[in-house]
Design a protein around this ligand. Structure first.
Ligand SMILES: NC(=O)c1ccc[n+]([C@@H]2O[C@H](COP(=O)([O-])OP(=O)(O)OC[C@H]3O[C@@H](n4cnc5c(N)ncnc54)[C@H](O)[C@@H]3O)[C@@H](O)[C@H]2O)c1
Ligand SMILES: [Zn+2]
Length: 500
C-alpha cells in the first residue's frame, strides 16, 4: 500500500499501544517523517504534559492538544502518532476522516498497562490500573469509530499498517480517492454487481460468472482480451470485487496482464473480508486441481464494507464463520473470546466490524512476516489439509469450502490433542460452535480412502506427505507437523463417522 491518496497516515490508540515506535517504523518504510502530538505539545508549551495537567487542568490541555493535532494532520507526507485522548475532539476526528489514513493500534488494557506501568507517574491519566482499564473501556468505541483500519499491537511492529485493509461502514466510498486519476477496470462477480452496484465510475466493467465458476482459464482469457481491446495500461488499475473467487481471478488477471498491473481488492463475502481478499495470493483452477495456476500479487488496497454482508446468502455467511473460527483459534485473545460468545447470525454493525477487523489483522500480521509462505504463513492452513481433501473427495459438490474446513478443524484439533498437548476440551467446544452456527461436524458417507488419497495430492504436500498446521494451545499454532499415518487415518475415520 502506498498511502499517496491520503495526506498522511495517523496512528490512534490507547497509551501504551506503541504509536510512537510504530510511527517511526512506518515513516522509515514510506520515506515520510514521523511526528508525535504529545512531544509537539510539550515543545510548544515548554512544559511537560504532567505539568500542564497539574497547573492548568485537563480542559486546557485538550484545547492545546486539539490545536496541535489539527496542525499536524494538515501536513503532507507525515506519520502522526496521536495522543491517546486526541480522538475525543470532534474537530480532530473530522480532520482524520477528511484526509488521513487512520490506523488503530489495538492492545489489551493489560498489555498497555504493563508497558506504561513503570513510567505511569508521568502520565496524568494513568494513576492506577483500575482507573486505567475504565478509561480504556470508555474510549474503545471512539477508537473503532474513528479508524479506517485496525492493527494488532500486542507486539509492537508497524509494517502491518501498510497491509491492513480499510474496513469500515461506507468504505466503498473511498474507491474514487484510491483510484485517483487512473483508469480503473472493474472486474466483478455479476451477482455482486447486481446487489451492490458499481462503487465508482469504471473505465470498463468485466462481469464474472458468480462464485467459483469465475476461476477458469476461459474467464481469465475473456478478461485479458477485453482489457487488451480497450488498451488498459500499466499505469491503470484493476479493481476486483466479489467473494474470494472474484478477487482471486481479478487479482490473477492483474498479476498477469502486461506482466502486472496494480489492483485493489474489494471483498464482499465474509471469507473475502477475513481471508481471501488479503495477502496477495491470486489464481484460477484447472479442471483437476483447484488454485493450480496463480501468482503472488499484493493488492495496493483491500477495501471492506461490512454493510454489504447483509445480502450475503445465509450458507455463505456460515462458511465464512468457519474461517473466522479458524482464525480465532490461531489468534486466541480477544478474537477467540468474541467467537466463543457470538450469537448465530451476522451480529450488530459494530461487533461485526470488530470481528472482521480482528480476523483481518491476524492474517495481515502472518502475511507481513512471511509473504510467500516459506514458513509461518502455513499456520493459516489449520483445518485445511483434511478439509480440502474432503472437498476433493466429494468433487466439490457435497460441502462448501467453509463447511469442509469446519470438519477439518475438528480433525486438526483432535490431532493436536494427540501430539501437541492441546486440551481436548477445545475440540469439544469447536464442535458445539460449529453446530450452533449450523455447520456440519462430519463428512458422512464420504470414503476415508478417497480423503487419504486426495491428501497425498495436496499441493502443500512434500514427497507425498502432508504437513499439518496444528495447535499446542488456543493462540499457539505450530506448522510443518507430520503426525504419522496411523493418527492421520484415525483422524479421517473420525471425520467421516463423527456421531456426536
Ligand atoms: N487468495 C486467498 O488467499 C484465498 C483464501 C481463502 C479462499 N480463497 C478462495 O476464495 C473462494 C471462496 O470465496 P467465497 O467464500 O467468498 O466464495 P465465492 O466468491 O464463491 O462467493 C460465494 C457466493 O456469494 C455471492 N456473494 C458474494 N458477496 C455477496 C454479497 N455481498 N451479497 C450477495 N451475494 C454475494 C457470490 O456471488 C457467490 O455466489 C475460493 O475460490 C477460495 O479458493 C482464496
Ligand atoms: Zn479456507
Amino acid at each position: 500500500m502506498i498511502p499517496g491518496p491520503y495526506r498522511n497516515l495517523a496512528l490512534i490508540g490507547f497509551m501504551g499501544s506503541g504509536k510512537t515506535t510504530a510511527a517511526a517504523t512506518i515513516a522509515g518504510r514510506l520515506g515520510w517523517r514521523a511526528v508525535d502530538s504529545d512531544a509537539e505539545i510539550e515543545r510548544e508549551a515548554g512544559r511537560s504534559i504532567k505539568e500542564i495537567f497539574a497547573t492548568d487542568g485537563e480542559p486546557t490541555f485538550r484545547a492545546l492538544e486539539e490545536r496541535v493535532c489539527l496542525r499536524l494532520l494538515h501536513q503532507t507526507g507525515v506519520v502522526v502518532a496521536l495522543g491517546g485522548g486526541a480522538v475525543t475532539s470532534p474537530l480532530t476526528r473530522e480532520r482524520l476522516r477528511d484526509g488521513s489514513f487512520t490506523v488503530l493500534l489495538d492492545v489489551s488494557p493489560q498489555t498497555a498497562w504493563r508497558r506504561i506501568e513503570a513510567g505511569a507517574g508521568d502520565r496524568p491519566l494513568a494513576a492506577e490500573a483500575r482507573g486505567f482499564a475504565e478509561l480504556y473501556e470508555g474510549r474503545k468505541g471512539l477508537y473503532h469509530a474513528t479508524a479506517d483500519a485496525l492493527v494488532d499491537a500486542e507486539e509492537v511492529h508497524g509494517d502491518e499498517a501498510l497491509l491492513a485493509p480499510i474496513a469500515r461502514p461506507g468504505a466503498l466510498g473511498e474507491l474514487p480517492r484510491l483510484i485517483g486519476a487512473r483508469r480503473a477496470a472493474l472486474v466483478a462477480d455479476r451477482n455482486v454487481l447486481r446487489v451492490v452496484g458499481a462503487p465508482f465510475d469504471p473505465f470498463v466493467t468485466v462481469r464474472l460468472p458468480a462464485g467459483e465458476h469465475a476461476k477458469t482459464v476461459a474467464v481469465a482469457r475473456q478478461a485479458w482480451t477485453r482489457l487488451a481491446e480497450l488498451g488498459l495500461e500499466r499505469g491503470d488499475v484493476v479493481v476486483g470485487m466479489g467473494g474470494g473467487a472474484a478477487t482471486d481471478v481479478a487479482g490473477f488477471v492483474a498479476a498477469s496482464f502486461l506482466r502486472g498491473v496494480p489492483w485493489i481488492a474489494v471483498p464482499t463475502s465474509l471469507v473475502g473480508m477475513v481471508d481471501a481478499g488479503i495477502g496477495g495470493k491470486t489464481g484460477i483452477d484447472l479442471p483437476a486441481a483447484k488454485n493450480a495456476v496463480g501468482a503472488f500479487h499484493l493488492p495496493e488496497w483491500v477495501v471492506s464494507d461490512p454493510g454489504v454482508l447483509e445480502t450475503l446468502p445465509v450458507r455463505e455467511w456460515a462458511c465464512g464463520f468457519a474461517e473466522v473460527i479458524k482464525t480465532a483459534l490461531l489468534a486466541g485473545g480477544r478474537l477467540w473470546e468474541m467467537v466463543r460468545e457470538w450469537e448465530p447470525g451476522r451480529g450488530g454493525p459494530e461487533e461485526r466490524l470488530e470481528l472482521i477487523r480482528r480476523c483481518a489483522a491476524y492474517k495481515v500480521r502472518v502475511v507481513a512476516a512471511d509473504p510467500t509462505e516459506r514458513g509461518r504463513r502455513a499456520v493459516l492452513n489449520l483445518g485445511h489439509s483434511i478439509g480440502h481433501a474432503i472437498e476433493v473427495a466429494t468433487d466439490y459438490k457435497a460441502f462448501g469450502h467453509g463447511e469442509a474446513v469446519g470438519i477439518g478443524l475438528l480433525s486438526a484439533l483432535w490431532l493436536s490433542a494427540q501430539t501437541e498437548g492441546l486440551d481436548p476440551a477445545v475440540e469439544e467446544e469447536v464442535r458445539d460452535l460449529l453446530r450452533r452456527h449450523e455447520l456440519p461436524v462430519a463428512a458422512r458417507n464420504v470414503s476415508p480412502a478417497a480423503i487419504i488419497d486426495a491428501m497425498s495430492h495436496d499441493k502443500k504436500a512434500r514427497g507425498g506427505r502432508v504437513r499439518f498446521a496444528l495447535l499446542s494451545g488456543v493462540g499457539n499454532p505450530v506448522w510443518d507437523r507430520d503426525p504419522g499415518d496411523d493418527l492421520v487415518e484415525t483422524a479421517v475415520a473420525r471425520a467421516v463417522a463423527r456421531t456426536r
